[in-house]
Design a protein around this ligand. Structure first.
Ligand SMILES: [Mn+2]
Length: 350
């Protein structure tokens, strides 16, 4: 297992030299943030980012994420050019020895929360999702001042996009994903890159937009679309765990044994309703995810990929990017490393 940490590049208030001081963290998960969606990620830009990371003695282990242009998700005729570009980005990262690519296939919105600053009992602040609150949001009206993401679209742009998706149901989204995978995965395989799709977060449809990477059956279907070691999953315990019907441990054992988990996100959440939850500190006792069993399953299945602590709370007065402060993610990371060492040594009997 390689312990990694997400870094948002030069605009991240957390410098690499701080990340390097977290015990056992050796890898960086990063991305380019100045490339238009759909354009090729050039070797030059990636090389520059890689140099910065390596200058601190860290490794550029995972790209998270190269966004997928909406035209690909919508299956528009323009998708072919964007898919060609995506393939070229994969070849470029591979040429620099970056071998893991995390991505997602969620229409319009990435991860979605209804509150970015929920205060929990210890006085820290966390991200939360309340389904009833989300249902009351009408994207066609209002000011679009929604937590985190909606501000990235202008009103007209969002309206057009929602219209474009009006005839895209789950079946069509699956078929558009299949079209994408059948062209991209052979290139990833040839280049020695493992792609890991991030589950939809939360794993159910929102705003009448379809979401498909939502449960065990979906993951099972997904890995079969292209039977290749490059067609894998970013196993995000927080995203998948939001759906209590998913047996996380069974899924880690199943897809891990198939060697289809190149990358994992570890995060704990607490359910507050059937489709509602808030995030919590990483250890088992604070949430509904048994992190001990999660790590044990990864060890027993022989997982050798990268793990990163996922979203953390805002603690100790830290201000920063929601979910991506330094302190609580560092605590999460050392907790996961501690579990790993303890369980691994116990299993090996030493
Ligand atoms: Mn995640």
């Amino acid at each position: 297992m390689e312990m990694t940490f997400r870094w948002y590049g030069d605009n991240d208030p957390i410098p690499l030299k701080y990340i390097k001081q977290i015990p056992r963290v050796t890898g960086i998960v990063s991305a380019l943030y100045d490339v238009n969606i759909g354009d090729v990620w050039s070797t030059e830009k990636l090389k520059l980012l890689k140099r910065k990371i390596e200058a601190e003695g860290l490794k550029f282990s995972v790209i998270e994420s190269i966004p997928i242009h909406e035209d690909i998700k919508l299956g528009l005729p323009t998708r072919d050019e964007f898919i060609d570009n995506y393939c070229q980005s994969i070849r470029n990262m591979a040429s620099l020895g970056i071998r893991v690519l995390c991505y997602n296939f969620m229409p319009v919105f990435d991860w979605t929360r209804t509150e970015l600053n929920l205060e929990i009992s210890d006085g820290s602040n966390v991200l939360s999702y309340d389904h009833e609150q989300l249902k009351n949001i009408n994207l066609r009206e209002g000011t679009l001042e929604l937590p985190g993401w909606a501000t990235q679209y202008k009103k007209k742009e969002l309206d057009d996009l929602l219209d474009a998706y009006s005839d895209t149901d789950e079946k069509k989204l699956w078929s558009n994903l299949e079209y994408f995978l059948k062209q991209v995965i052979p290139v990833a395989e040839e280049s020695g890159v493992k792609m890991g799709i991030h589950p939809d977060d939360p794993p159910w449809p929102i705003f009448n937009l379809p979401r498909i990477i939502t449960d065990e059956a979906a993951l099972e279907h997904f890995v079969k679309i292209v039977d290749s070691p490059s067609n894998g999953i970013t196993f995000c315990t927080g995203s998948l765990g939001a759906n209590p019907k998913i047996d996380l441990i069974k899924s880690i054992r199943k897809f891990g044994a198939m060697e289809r988990i190149p990358f994992a996100h570890c995060r704990n959440i607490k359910h507050t309703g059937e489709y509602s939850f808030h995030e919590v500190e990483h250890p088992t006792e604070f949430g509904d995810i048994n992190m001990y069993e999660v790590i044990k399953a990864f060890i027993e299945v022989g997982f050798t990929g990268a793990i990163r602590p996922d979203h953390g709370r805002m603690i100790w007065g830290e201000k920063g990017r929601p979910g991506y402060g330094l302190y609580d993610r560092a605590l999460g990371s050392i907790y996961i490393s501690g579990l790993w060492e303890g369980i691994e040594k116990t299993l090996k009997g030493k």
